[in-house]
Structures are given as C-alpha cells and as structure tokens.
Ligand binder design. Structure first.
Ligand code: ADP
Ligand code: MG
Length: 251
C-alpha cells in the first residue's frame, strides 16, 4: 500500500501544474508525487481533467505553468528534449491513435523498428507474443477497422507494451472490456511489466481499488489521494463514485 512507497525513490513530482485552453481552466494547480514501481489509479468525473493531466505528463499538452520533475528533470521546461523523455513512457491513449491503413502486427512493430530499438524480426517475435497475451493472435493480419472497440483497446495496449519503458500510462484503456476480461488482461500484463510504474485512468471503482495509491480528480484539482480504505473513510467524491457503482452500499 502507499506506506510502502513513501520511502521509494520519486519518479515523477508534479508541482502546481496549471493548464488552460483559452479562458477554460482545466488543471488548477496539481501537486503530487509518483514513486518508482507504484501503481496509481486516477479516478474522477468525466471532464475533471484526467486525460489533460496525463497528456501534460509527456507534454502532448503544453502546461500553462508549473513543474513536472521526471527523474530529476523538469520536463515542463520548453527547452527540454521531450522526445528523449517520451521514450521512457508507454502511453495508451483514450482514442487509441491506431494507424488504420496498417495491419494489427504492423501497428505494433512500426515504432520500435523505426526508432532502431529492434530489428524487424525481433519486433515481430515480440509483437506475436504480446498479441497472444492480449488475446488477439487471430487478428494478427487484420486491419484495425475489422476490430471491435475492446479489441482496438487491446491492440493499443500491446503497442504501448512493446516499448520497454519504466512507466506506463493507461488512459481509460480497459473501459470497453468487461470486468473479468480486464482483470485477466491486467494480470497477464502485470507479469510482463511487473515492478514498473503505472498510472491507470479508470471509471470503474473495482479497477481502481487494488492500486497502491488512488488519485481523485474533480474540477481540475487533485482533491485527495490514498488507498481505497483511506478514501472511503474521508473523501466525499470517492464515496459518491463508490456508492453509485455499488448500489449505494458503502461497506
Ligand atoms: P477527463 O479525461 O477527466 O474526462 P479531459 O482532460 O479530457 O477530462 O477534459 C477536461 C476539460 O478540458 C473538458 O472540459 C474538456 O472539454 C476540456 N478540453 C480538453 N482538451 C481540450 C482542448 N484541446 N481544447 C479545449 N478544451 C479541451
Ligand atoms: Mg479522459
């Protein structure tokens, strides 16, 4: 639980992070630390800023102000070579960003081969093993348009995991899967990325519960963070989300 990470080295420290789009303030001063090896769940109402927060972490959105210390470097600083830092993050986007004109296997092997991280043969072997892990071996040569929403999510996950990154970020990446499929998939993934830091956005309280630390977002603020039991005891929004998904039973 979180106590066991208090003395773990910091991986990311966010300080007073703000983001606005025109006059719309979407992130209103987020300050939080994520430790090496920690699994963090991020939960909160739709529109509360979860995706924007994650996108700021690898500067797909430029923060309006604040700091994001990643391994001791402030990546919110515009002079930082962000591509170097993006290599350390495997990110599964909410809207997949899958290449529609490429087969499933080519979607997975493209980046590592282009970036010179692996030979094509090596990438294909790894991709095939990942496809087996996410249950998509039979879709290897299909175009993504032939996949269901849940299968596209699994493809996006396999594509992020082929990257050997110290941190993986999942933006609602399991939402199109039923709970049991999600659970099995996360167990299979965790065998591959055990010990790595993960930030997992989820709408499902049952998915968030097992995290080392749960961040609760509301209205562009990180209103609380802690374990499931800590948040149930003290965080109104967390209790509301929990109650709405468990039929009002707060036990
Ligand atoms: P969540 O992931 O929690 O649902 P988002 O981070 O996607 O929330 O969005 C938070 C708010 O920011 C929403 O009101 C959304 O409309 C707004 N927003 C997100 N991206 C943009 C953008 N590129 N331009 C303008 N507004 C945006
Ligand atoms: Mg989102």
């Amino acid at each position: 639980m979180i106590d066991s990470f208090e003395n773990a080295p910091e991986l990311i420290r966010v300080e007073d992070l703000h983001k606005s789009f025109g006059g719309l303030n979407v992130l209103n001063g987020i300050t939080e630390t994520i430790h090496k090896g920690e699994v963090v769940s991020l939960i909160g109402p739709s529109g509360s800023g979860k995706s924007t927060f994650l996108r700021c972490l690898n500067r797909l959105e430029e923060p309006t102000s604040g700091h994001i210390w990643f391994d001791g470097v402030d990546i919110a600083d515009k002079s930082v070579n962000i591509d170097k830092h993006r290599q350390k993050m495997g990110m599964v986007f909410q809207h997949f960003n899958i290449f529609p004109h490429m087969s499933v296997i080519d979607n997975i092997t493209l980046a590592p081969v282009l970036l010179g991280k692996m030979s094509k043969d090596e990438a294909v072997v790894k991709a095939e093993s990942l496809l087996a892990r996410v249950g998509l071996s039979d879709k290897r040569d299909n175009k993504p348009s032939r996949l269901s929403g849940g299968q596209k999510q699994r493809l996006a996950i396999a594509r992020a995991i082929i990257k050997d990154a110290p941190i993986y970020i999942f933006d609602d990446s399991f939402s199109a899967l039923d709970f049991l499929t999600e659970k099995n998939l996360r167990t299979a993934l965790n065998r591959r990325i055990a010990g790595r830091t993960q930030i997992v956005v989820t709408q499902r309280i049952t998915s968030a519960m097992g995290a080392d630390c749960i961040f609760v977002m509301d209205g562009g603020c990180l209103v609380d963070s802690g374990t499931h039991n800590e948040l149930l005891a003290r965080c109104r929004i967390y209790r509301e989300i929990y109650a709405s998904q468990t039929g009002g039973d707060l036990q």
